[in-house]
Design a protein around this ligand. Structure first.
Ligand code: CA
Ligand code: CA
Length: 462
């Protein structure tokens, strides 16, 4: 445990000793005083909170350090440092109009205080799904119209499906919060963004830290009758989406379904009514993303890297680093990868029993390098179950460990374990070796002891 304490101290030291590169822009006590506020004087920020808000991604810390690196809103002027407590204030801080905020590249730091709910209406009261629905849509009408026993096994179409699509557009306008370039969004202690999607699309240089994201629920899931053997309900909204963007650092956040788990949803047409999509999906040619020290709690689909098998736009893109994340009790896509060179090192996996599908999905032309991760396995889960072949061909795995249910931690060759049970075999060489790493790579045996307590929101000294 002494080594663990040493690592914890090292991490804390790294965080607290990091330079505040733009401190000259914000002498203590002036930046927030200068910020006009429509409601009340903003709360004072601690010197450490100011420093962490100005922090940039360390050099060499994963793919997001490539190219120009990731500095987020660190150069924000005093009047672009905001503390927000409501959806309306969040949108104002991001530029003023959610429909155009993605185009606001002004450097800005947005501190989130307390809970902000994506369903907050203009006056702050919470809207519900009926408020966002098109007049032509109701779930009852949808279920009656597209019951496979009545409609058959073809995609829904016609007036009720059209009304559902219009309802989705309504909800997207409201619960999808669009983020522009050169932005840092950082939570104060206890910060929570619920019922919304943080959309990072067609922008560069964004930092998201120390926030608990939960329950980006879709009011209008779609029935996809040919998804899987018996059809599936599919939902639209991730907690955080990164699309067509570069240089994004997602660090020390918690992703969860909160008090609305999938297990609480009803069954329609014999399938679970799925109101959640991914926790953090990185798709549509996004690249240069570092995902570090986050906690992914008990979700179904966690992280999709690349959403289409089409060979073309994603080639050479989707390069992502995942390190020191805790995947706790989630079922699939930890992550699922297409095309990208994805470095997965020092992550801790707690694999649940019931419902678990796979951890790392090896998709079309993916090049995953998985090193020194630790998988704690629930009853009935074997090392051979940790990979899944989604039409990939190769994955490099080195220095990973498993702790089987009731067993002792031991090294595991993930590819060999997979190949012993499955065909066709995966090649053990994905063809590249990561160079963008920052700090020590922990022995896999230590990973759960370090990552377990230190990953997730509310671990940074904010
Ligand atoms: Ca998604
Ligand atoms: Ca085999």
């Amino acid at each position: 445990m002494r080594r663990v304490a040493a690592y914890a101290a090292l991490i804390t030291l790294t965080l607290t000793a990091a330079p505040a590169p733009a401190a000259a822009h914000a002498p203590a006590g002036t930046d927030l005083a200068a910020r006009p506020s429509p409601t009340s004087a903003p709360p004072a920020l601690s010197p450490l909170a100011r420093q962490l808000g100005r922090q940039t991604l360390p050099a060499g810390d994963g793919w997001a350090s490539a190219g120009p690196g990731t500095t987020g809103g660190s150069t924000a002027s005093a009047d672009q440092v905001h503390v927000v407590t409501t959806r309306a204030e969040l949108i104002t801080a991001l530029g003023g109009d959610n429909a155009t905020n993605a185009g606001n590249a002004t450097p800005k730091i947005v501190y989130v205080k307390g809970t902000i709910d994506g369903f907050e209406g203009p006056d702050g009261t919470l809207l519900n799904c009926t408020d966002l629905a098109d007049p032509g849509y109701s779930l009852e009408a949808y279920l009656a119209a597209y019951d496979p026993g009545v409609w058959g096994r073809v995609a829904p179409s016609g007036p009720i499906e059209s009304a559902r699509v219009r309802s989705v557009t309504n909800q997207t306008r409201h619960t999808q919060i669009n983020v522009g370039a050169n932005t840092t969004i950082i939570g104060l202690r206890g910060a929570r963004l619920t019922g919304l999607t943080l959309m990072i699309d067609r922008v560069s240089n964004v930092i998201v830290r120390n926030i608990t994201f939960d329950d980006a629920r879709d009011c209008f899931p779609a029935w996809s009758p040919t998804d899987g053997e018996t059809g599936n309900w599919n939902s639209q909204y991730d907690l955080v989406s990164v699309r067509r963007s570069e240089n994004v650092w997602i660090e020390h956040n918690t992703f969860t379904d909160g008090d609305n788990p999938d297990s609480a949803q009803p069954v329609h047409f014999g399938r679970p009514y799925q109101v959640h999509d991914g926790a953090l999906d990185i798709t549509h040619t996004a690249s240069l993303v570092t995902v570090a020290w986050n906690r992914f709690d008990g979700r179904d689909k966690v992280m999709l890297i690349g959403s289409s098998n089409t060979v073309g736009p994603d080639l050479g893109r989707l390069n992502v680093t995942l390190h020191h994340n805790l995947f706790d009790g989630s079922l699939q896509r930890l992550p699922r990868v297409r095309f990208g060179q994805v470095d997965i090192y020092n992550n801790a996996y707690r694999i649940a029993g019931a419902g678990f599908e796979y951890a790392i999905g090896v998709g079309v032309q993916s090049a995953v390098f998985a090193q020194n991760n630790h998988f704690t396995l629930g009853a009935g889960i074997a090392a051979a179950d940790l990979l899944y072949d989604w039409s990939g061909t190769a994955i490099t795995t080195r220095g990973n460990w498993v702790t089987p249910a009731g067993g002792l931690p031991r090294p595991v060759d993930l590819v060999a374990a997979y190949n012993a049970v499955h065909d066709p075999d995966l090649s053990p060489d994905a063809g590249w070796t990561p160079t963008l790493r920052h700090g020590p790579v922990l022995p896999a045996a230590l990973v759960p002891l370090v990552v377990g307590p230190l990953a997730g929101a509310d671990r940074l000294p904010l």
